[in-house]
Design a protein around this ligand. Structure first.
Ligand SMILES: *[C@@H]1O[C@H](CO)[C@@H](O)[C@H](O)[C@H]1NC(C)=O
Ligand SMILES: *[C@@H]1O[C@H](CO)[C@@H](O)[C@H](O)[C@H]1NC(C)=O
Ligand SMILES: *[C@@H]1O[C@H](CO)[C@@H](O)[C@H](O)[C@H]1NC(C)=O
Ligand SMILES: *[C@@H]1O[C@H](CO)[C@@H](O)[C@H](O)[C@H]1NC(C)=O
Ligand SMILES: *[C@@H]1O[C@H](CO)[C@@H](O)[C@H](O)[C@H]1NC(C)=O
Ligand SMILES: *[C@@H]1O[C@H](CO)[C@@H](O)[C@H](O)[C@H]1NC(C)=O
Ligand SMILES: *[C@@H]1O[C@H](CO)[C@@H](O)[C@H](O)[C@H]1NC(C)=O
Ligand SMILES: *[C@@H]1O[C@H](CO)[C@@H](O)[C@H](O)[C@H]1NC(C)=O
Ligand SMILES: *[C@@H]1O[C@H](CO)[C@@H](O)[C@H](O)[C@H]1NC(C)=O
Ligand SMILES: *[C@@H]1O[C@H](CO)[C@@H](O)[C@H](O)[C@H]1NC(C)=O
Ligand SMILES: *[C@@H]1O[C@H](CO)[C@@H](O)[C@H](O)[C@H]1NC(C)=O
Ligand SMILES: CC(=O)N[C@H]1CO[C@H](CO)[C@@H](O)[C@@H]1O
Ligand SMILES: [Zn+2]
Length: 314
């Protein structure tokens, strides 16, 4: 989900969140009676178009693009960048302070980082990432949503531009045989109990940074494609970056999302399977393979050995 807020903030400012869903665009993920197969009918402007997200990334089909250089991450080491955590009824969202920005990575300009949110299945045993790689779905996916700085955080303008938003996707994998790890995720998930019902929010204490949450990910290696918001109204305005490395989080913490958060004020309806189904493939690119010096060297030695053997036999 990206920017559920675009729809809700604009249209639901005077109505409670619970009515908001039903009076604007009522949409759901995976219920038999209400699921993402209906989005094209509910939000026909974009959800039925041809540049939709998420997709299955076929690693062998990703083309090499040397322009996909390093990003520059500003404010990612700040321990005061995360302000407020909210249960939106569709996800858990953390609002970021002004001053968090990304550039580089073949983006056309600097983008302001607005918020992060997550997608999940039903505990670590039912995976719920949005993107998949070679058909593999990961337990969870973290999205950091960024908007062209020239739009000055105006998301209405950003969704009207085919590259107005840049989304960073990080897969969450299960870290086995341990609990409460990593510490940054233990800290973040501690707040989930404060926002178990839709519409609730909690202020975050200083202490953890975005870098802390992204521990273990080499951000030099990623897939790139042009896609859309993964929630209605599915605007085709997103430059997607999906990182190859995963963030490893212990099972107990992954399980907290699907066992703590609710989709409304009824404590019986847990928020589970918050991901859109896979959409038709798009052209995906990635960094060219590093020239393999060791293998070139090895190949050369192999030639010498073979040559040596041949010479002995002559
Ligand atoms: C999705 O909703 C439609 C009703 O609109 C239903 O026919 C279909 O079975 C549902 N799909 C799933 C997987 O539940
Ligand atoms: C979506 O597009 C497909 C093919 O282009 C079409 O068959 C279908 O009727 C469309 N659905 C809606 C709700 O417009
Ligand atoms: C890389 O950037 C250059 C200069 O902007 C552009 O001409 C070229 O098409 C780009 N290459 C790819 C593979 O996108
Ligand atoms: C999610 O998992 C729990 C515990 O395993 C189970 O009781 C529940 O039925 C599952 N919910 C869905 C929607 O699959
Ligand atoms: C965003 O830009 C649109 C179009 O220029 C404008 O109508 C709207 O008031 C702006 N929103 C905010 C919050 O500034
Ligand atoms: C942890 O175990 C699960 C299930 O056995 C496996 O899918 C996953 O890759 C493992 N995680 C790591 C980081 O090896
Ligand atoms: C969050 O909830 C815990 C109890 O689960 C409580 O001790 C704590 O004060 C709450 N924090 C905030 C910021 O509301
Ligand atoms: C974890 O969160 C608490 C507030 O709940 C904060 O005071 C503390 O500094 C954080 N610890 C770490 C290691 O980030
Ligand atoms: C990250 O990946 C790049 C490219 O594969 C590599 O050159 C670099 O050494 C890696 N960085 C770390 C810290 O492993
Ligand atoms: C909460 O959501 C569940 C599932 O969507 C629904 O069955 C229930 O009626 C809702 N409760 C309220 C009070 O809106
Ligand atoms: C480099 O070559 C070695 C030996 O052939 C191979 O084991 C290794 O996987 C290669 N590395 C890359 C990044 O292709
Ligand atoms: C290194 C280690 O202890 N691995 C174990 C982790 O837990 C799984 C079961 O969840 C075992 O199969 C591994 O041997
Ligand atoms: Zn998302």
């Amino acid at each position: 989900m990206i920017l559920f807020a675009v729809v809700s903030v604009v249209l639901c400012i005077f109505v409670p969140y619970s009515h908001c869903d039903s009076t604007t665009i009522a949409w759901c993920y995976h219920k038999p009676s209400c699921n993402d197969s209906q989005w094209a009918a509910i939000a026909p402007l974009y959800c039925n178009k041809t540049r939709q997200s998420p997709i299955d990334i076929v690693s062998a089909s990703a083309t090499a693009n040397a322009n996909l250089t390093e990003f520059t991450f500003e404010g990612f080491s700040s321990t005061t960048s995360m302000l407020l955590m909210q249960n939106t009824g569709k996800t858990v969202k953390v609002t970021l302070n002004p001053g968090v920005r990304i550039s580089g990575g073949d983006l056309s300009e600097t983008y302001d980082s607005l918020q992060l949110h997550l997608h999940w299945g039903n505990g670590s045993s039912v995976p719920g990432s949005e993107h998949t790689v070679d058909g593999k779905r990961y337990p969870m996916e973290l999205h950091i949503v960024n908007s062209k700085s020239s739009f000055n955080r105006n998301t209405t303008l950003a969704v009207g531009d085919s590259k107005g938003l840049a989304a960073l996707g990080f897969f969450i994998e299960e870290l086995n045989n341990t609990t409460g790890q990593p510490a940054s995720w233990k800290n973040l998930t501690n707040y989930l109990s404060n926002i178990s019902l839709a519409g609730q929010s909690v202020s975050l204490q200083a202490g953890i940074s975005l870098d802390d949450l992204l521990v273990g990910v080499n951000r030099s290696n990623y897939y790139r494609y042009l896609g859309s918001l993964t929630t209605p109204s599915c605007n085709e305005a997103v430059v997607w970056t999906v990182f190859k490395d995963t963030v490893k989080v212990s099972k107990d913490l992954i399980n907290l999302f699907s066992s703590t958060l609710h989709v409304n004020d009824s404590s019986s309806s847990l928020m589970v399977n918050t991901f859109r189904s896979i959409q038709p493939a798009q052209l995906v690119s990635t960094q060219p393979k590093a020239s393999n010096k060791s293998s070139t060297k090895m190949g050369f030695s192999l030639v010498l050995v073979v040559l040596g053997l041949v010479l002995r036999w002559i």
